[in-house]
Write a protein that binds this ligand. Structure first.
Ligand SMILES: [Zn+2]
Length: 66
């Protein structure tokens, strides 16, 4: 019984992962507050930006607006 429950939990987390991946592809390309351009390919920039999820949409905040 215990093993069955674990399997179910794993399945759910995988599904959640897929949902997040799907959402990431629809990530905004600019700061939600000031509209500054966000370069997804620049990893040094990504570290400073803040991504938060509000219900079904992403909110992207640049370092200046944080
Ligand atoms: Zn901003």
């Amino acid at each position: 019984m215990k093993r069955k429950n674990q399997k179910k939990a794993k399945k759910i987390s995988k599904k959640a992962c897929e949902a997040v991946e799907k959402k990431l592809s629809s990530l905004p390309t600019s700061c939600t507050s000031c509209g500054a351009a966000f370069d997804k390919n620049d990893f040094s920039v990504i570290d400073n930006w803040k991504v938060s999820i509000h219900g079904d949409s992403f909110q992207l905040t640049c370092p200046k607006c944080e």
